[in-house]
Write a protein that binds this ligand. Structure first.
Ligand SMILES: C[S@@+](CC[C@H](N)C(=O)[O-])C[C@H]1O[C@@H](n2cnc3c(N)ncnc32)[C@H](O)[C@@H]1O
Length: 262
């Protein structure tokens, strides 16, 4: 992860492990339901990541539909290609959310899930989203607000220090609660805002919390205010809590369903 979002192979695989969890699958299902996809729809997946999103969208629109996944990371696209290989209605390409390599008004629907929070220019990305939707087209934009994160540890002070440092991992760690004016400024109408809450009480390799912990540990180890010793101690705190049956992780992201006027 990180503000550059230049994933290497290991980081892309780590990210794929997060997206393989039930919590992430449930969120993708909520995104698809909120988008109200129809067979035959043309859908754009902006920041498609390791490919779960475009592959599942392709299932929802069927072979008469079309899904185009765009990501700027080669490592992510390699994983996404493996996942979408046998889906004739899915195409992937390298591109930037700030300058989407697709024509004006060419999609019925679009998704951008935990992508815009990583961009310096969210306004430019939202304008691009509006440009590529057909009149009347709809989109789901979903971003987190890390203030929503309730994550218990036997050492709350250390937890706070580590999460404060992790706020630096992207330019907009609170975008989820701040998206509305940006979407409206691009001329999009907000039809619904839905929370997606991930609540987990176990820390194991099937949990979102576990994989996020691995990510944060690597990030915090290289952060000036934390370093590797404290990052490892933070992980040990969480493991101790798990052994005591005390794991509690609750994290909310916000889905905005928007429409472009006809
Ligand atoms: C947290 S992942 C989300 C993946 C996917 N949307 C999902 O929910 O399964 C963020 C993705 O956005 C991509 N990304 C970040 N900045 C981007 C940009 N400017 N243009 C295109 N993709 C970008 C990253 O490479 C990464 O794959």
């Amino acid at each position: 992860m990180g503000d550059t979002l230049e994933y290497d192979e290991k980081e892309a695989r780590q990210e794929a492990a997060i997206y393989r969890t039930q919590a992430a699958a449930d969120r993708r299902e909520l995104v698809r339901e909120t988008l109200d996809l129809q067979r035959g729809d043309r859908v754009l997946s902006i920041g498609c990541g390791p490919g779960f999103e475009p592959a599942e969208l392709a299932g929802a629109v069927g072979e008469s539909g079309y899904v185009h996944g765009i990501d700027r990371s080669e490592a992510m696209l390699t994983l996404a290609n493996q996942r979408c290989d046998d889906l004739p209605q899915a195409a992937l390409s390298k591109g930037n959310a700030l300058d989407l390599p697709v024509a004006d008004e060419s999609f019925d629907a679009a998704v951008a899930v935990q992508v815009f929070e990583y961009l310096d220019r969210v306004d430019a990305a939202v304008n691009e989203l509006a440009r590529v939707l057909r009149p009347g087209g709809r989109a789901v934009v979903c971003d987190a607000d890390f203030d929503s994160l309730v994550w218990r540890s036997p050492n709350p002070a250390r937890m706070e220090r580590v999460l404060d440092a992790f706020d630096d991992h992207c330019p907009w760690p609170h975008l989820g609660s701040r998206l509305a004016p940006l979407l409206r400024d691009a001329g999009l109408t907000i039809e619904r805002v839905e929370p997606n809450t991930m609540l987990e009480t176990r820390l194991n390799d099937e949990s979102f919390a576990y994989h996020l912990m691995e990510f944060i540990k690597d990030y915090a180890a290289n952060h000036d205010s934390i370093g590797s010793d404290e990052a490892s101690a933070w992980v040990a705190d969480l493991r101790e809590h798990e052994e005591n049956g005390a794991t509690f992780f609750n994290f909310t992201q916000y889905l905005y369903r928007v429409r472009k006027s006809k």
